[in-house]
Design a protein around this ligand. Structure first.
Ligand code: SF4
Length: 277
């Protein structure tokens, strides 16, 4: 990542003063003075890259508590540092598995290989992530999966998903509306959980930014970039509009399970367990 606008400008100048195949040097002038006719950029280059990478603008907001705003100043760098610890071979393995998923002959097999890719991503990144057993903030946010994955999950757990046409129009989320499979702060279908749950990893130093705010303001969390996984999920689904929240596919009242108590991760957030000693 480029560290500053000055780095970016130098990078751009180096890029633009390049020789072609016949050795001719093409020079483009990049002036330091901004053109007065050009409107100022709405964000810095780092912010734009964060926006591109995380889908949210990593910037302080008066809607956020001070601790969150303070953390946002360092979270993107922390995440980049943690992600850099993952060997390239491990991320390549994820891509290889996605390739196998796309080429698998049946939808069931594609879903299975996609899930393996999500597991491979998790194995590579989880040791460097803030996520710990018992932390369930992300089980209270929207958890959207495709119809084909809902059917596969339903088959694995012996519960038929509600057909899309019969879904409630909106899925309420938040600490009072956890995923129907959350039980006592833990996933009750851990072995069968969707790919999105397997690959949802916060690469910050702890779960502070995952905490849901009472105001509902959405805090940007430096999650692992899972766009390749998401793209393949859409390819496999073949019907991108046929995606919905787990709460819609498997409404709690139809699961016949006791209401679940929301157990957000208590501070200190770094809960160590046998898998993350
Ligand atoms: S399926 Fe499990 S991991 Fe995924 S949101 Fe629900 S409780 Fe959490």
């Amino acid at each position: 990542m480029l560290n500053s606008d000055q780095d970016a400008q130098e990078h751009l100048m180096n890029e633009n003063n390049s020789a072609d195949s016949e050795g001719r040097v093409h020079t483009f002038t990049v002036t330091a003075d901004p053109d007065p006719m050009v409107r100022p950029l709405p964000m810095t280059l780092d912010q734009a890259l964060d926006y591109l990478h995380h889908g949210v603008l990593v910037a302080p907001s008066p809607e956020f508590p001070d601790a969150v705003n303070t953390r946002l100043a360092s979270a993107a760098q922390t995440a980049a540092r943690q992600c850099a610890k993952v060997p390239a071979a491990a991320t390549q393995r994820v891509l290889n598995l996605l390739d196998v998923a796309v080429k698998a002959p049946t939808q069931v097999q594609r879903v299975a290989w996609h899930r393996r890719a999500a597991d491979a991503l998790s194995s590579a990144f989880a040791p460097h992530a803030a996520c710990r057993a018992g932390c369930s903030h992300c089980c209270h946010i929207p958890v959207k999966i495709s119809a084909v994955e809902a059917r596969a999950l339903g088959k694995a757990i012996g519960r038929a998903p509600v057909p899309l046409a019969e879904h409630q129009p909106a899925s309420v989320t938040g600490y009072n509306s956890p995923c129907p499979f959350l039980a006592g702060g833990r996933c009750s279908i851990y072995a069968e959980r969707p790919a999105v749950c397997r690959s949802h990893l916060n690469m910050d130093e702890d779960a502070l930014l995952c905490e849901l705010l009472p105001s509902g303001a959405e805090v940007p969390v430096p999650y692992v970039d899972t766009r390749p996984l998401m793209a393949v999920a859409v390819l496999i689904a073949g019907e991108p509009r046929a995606a919905a929240d787990l709460r819609q596919w498997f409404p709690e009242h139809l699961l016949g399970q006791r209401p679940r108590r929301a157990v957000p991760c208590p501070p200190p957030f770094k809960i160590q367990d046998e898998n993350h000693a």
